[in-house]
Write a protein that binds this ligand. Structure first.
Ligand SMILES: O=C(O)CCC(=O)C(=O)O
Ligand SMILES: [Fe+2]
Length: 226
């Protein structure tokens, strides 16, 4: 499932984050890449233990925790501390699959990556190129979103970021270990949750909705790993 989450950040949060990023000290992104990815990764990152990265990570974590679309689609067990990157002057990240298990230097936890997210801090017109291209069984999806919006996709997918040939593309990227590891099961639960919410708004509470909600929870009970 590829899901666009609009306005994850408020206008104020976005402005504050952009101000922090404009004054940040970057390092080579290859420090955190695996053996295959390191060969195709050409970007900059914030050192995760620095003060700027910590403040920004806390801001993004708060935004994730209050977002019902993220919660329903990711069904998070553990969200890794969000990280921050920048592509400029032709920088890009070639085709790769994210490492299956990652170590979070801040929490000390090992996390299985089920769900990947990119949150955009730059407006599309501020840079040329820089599309995130995600391959799935239905073909290639090209993603370039307004600042403050986020894309969520399965960590099992091959993906790349195309060269940024003008301006700079600032973003946050993060991984989530889900209670439901299988993408098709998560997608089914998400569709069901959205349909139940829509129906409740349209027709109000009724016995059929109670039964559908019970079905949702009983499926989640079968599939959730805690
Ligand atoms: O910058 C992005 O949008 C994605 C970054 C990415 O794929 C990664 O760091 O593994
Ligand atoms: Fe990636």
């Amino acid at each position: 499932m590829l899901l666009h989450i609009p306005e994850l950040l408020t206008r104020e949060e976005l402005a504050h984050a952009r101000m922090l990023l404009a004054n940040a000290d970057w390092e080579d992104g290859r420090v955190s890449a695996g053996q295959q990815a390191v060969q195709v990764k050409h970007n900059l990152q914030l050192p995760p233990t620095g003060n700027t990265a910590r403040e920004l990570a806390a801001l993004v974590q708060r935004a994730l925790a209050r977002n019902p679309l993220f919660m329903s689609a990711a069904l998070p067990k553990t969200v890794m501390t969000p990280m921050f990157n920048c592509y400029q002057g032709g920088m890009n990240y070639g085709n790769h699959v994210d490492n299956a298990v990652r170590h979070d230097p801040l929490s000390g936890q090992y996390v299985r990556t089920d769900v990947s997210c990119t949150l955009f801090f730059s407006e599309p017109e501020e840079y040329e190129g820089g599309d995130l291209v995600v391959e799935d069984t239905y073909g290639n999806h090209r993603v370039k979103l307004p600042a403050g919006d986020m894309i969520l996709y399965p960590s099992t997918s091959l993906h790349r970021v195309e060269p940024v040939t003008r301006g700079a593309r600032l973003g946050s990227f993060m991984w989530t270990q889900s209670m439901v590891r299988d993408d098709s099961k998560r997608a089914l639960l998400f569709d069901m949750d959205m349909a139940i919410i829509g129906l409740r708004q349209r027709v109000g509470e009724c016995q059929e909705l109670v039964n559908l909600t019970a079905g949702y929870h009983n499926l989640l009970r079968q599939w959730a790993e805690l």
